[in-house]
Write a protein that binds this ligand. Structure first.
Ligand code: ADP
Ligand code: MG
Length: 248
């Protein structure tokens, strides 16, 4: 490998994961080798069921893998104690879940503030920073609303704000623009790019949405638990030509 360890945000070598036992076993990851570089936005694409959510859950230290090695910012996830892993995740990783996972009884500003509250930030300060992030994703005026009062697209923006609020070095997103219209999707991706642009940061985005491929530095294609190829992203990949917006 040419890069030194400090330039790699995430490295997976031979990572496997099987769910269930016996007859009902499903192998989701069949030996994943993948590197995410610091400062890059890597998109992960592939058909439904190919293992995308499983892979990013492993990378985000939410799910244990079976074999192989996963390093995040140089640290081997399996060598950490479970309390150390929880702390490491809380300090370094932001996750946008496909199903949002918002807490229904908290206002959206409080939802966004949750990672800060867990980290021990004072409540008033945490909610203030939560509101600031809601402003940046375009729903600051609704800060005092419960999630159930919002559309799916607005809830998704709350989930994205929550993933960014504690300023994590690695942000992992499962289909972040799937409920968003074109313009909002672009705004959200611009915000994410801005956040990931820090030289010591990285962003992994699972998507089916060809309209946002232009935001990728690299695109990893996955099928049946394996990485098939990793290619350069950037403005105007051949299958994201529609709408004629073009690069800026
Ligand atoms: P994707 O996100 O690409 O749609 P997933 O990672 O969700 O794929 O799933 C990969 C495979 O693992 C699928 O066959 C799926 O049915 C299976 N799978 C995912 N989560 C579980 C689980 N908790 N228990 C059993 N099988 C699962
Ligand atoms: Mg999925």
């Amino acid at each position: 490998m040419v890069e030194t360890a400090t330039e790699i945000a995430v490295s997976c070598v031979g990572v496997t994961k099987t769910y269930g036992e016996g007859q009902s076993q499903v192998t989701a990851l069949r030996g994943i080798d993948l590197e995410v570089r610091q400062g890059e936005l890597l998109m992960l694409v592939g058909p439904s069921g190919c293992g995308k959510t499983t892979l990013i859950s492993v990378i985000a230290a939410i799910l244990d893998h079976d074999a192989g090695e996963v390093r995040v910012f140089g640290e081997d996830l399996r060598e950490m104690s479970s309390s150390r892993r929880t702390r490491f995740r809380g300090e370094n990783i932001g996750f946008v879940f496909q199903q949002f996972n918002l807490i229904p009884t908290l206002t959206i500003a409080e939802n966004v503030a949750v990672p800060l509250l867990i980290a021990g930030v004072r409540r008033s300060e945490a909610v203030r920073r939560g509101r600031a992030l809601l402003d940046r994703v375009g729903i600051g005026d609704r800060w005092n609303t419960l999630p159930s009062k919002l559309s799916g697209g607005q809830q998704q923006r709350v989930a994205i704000a929550r993933s960014l609020v504690h300023n994590p070095r690695l942000i992992v997103c499962d289909e972040p623009t799937s409920s968003l219209d074109h313009e909002t999707g672009h705004k959200v991706m611009e915000l994410m790019r801005e956040v990931a642009a820090g030289a010591d940061r990285a962003l992994v985005v699972v998507t089916h949405d060809a309209r946002i491929f232009e935001f990728a530095d690299r695109i990893a294609r996955m099928d049946d638990g394996r990485i098939l190829s990793v290619t350069k992203g950037g403005p105007r990949p051949p299958d994201a030509r529609e709408r004629g917006t073009g690069p800026h």
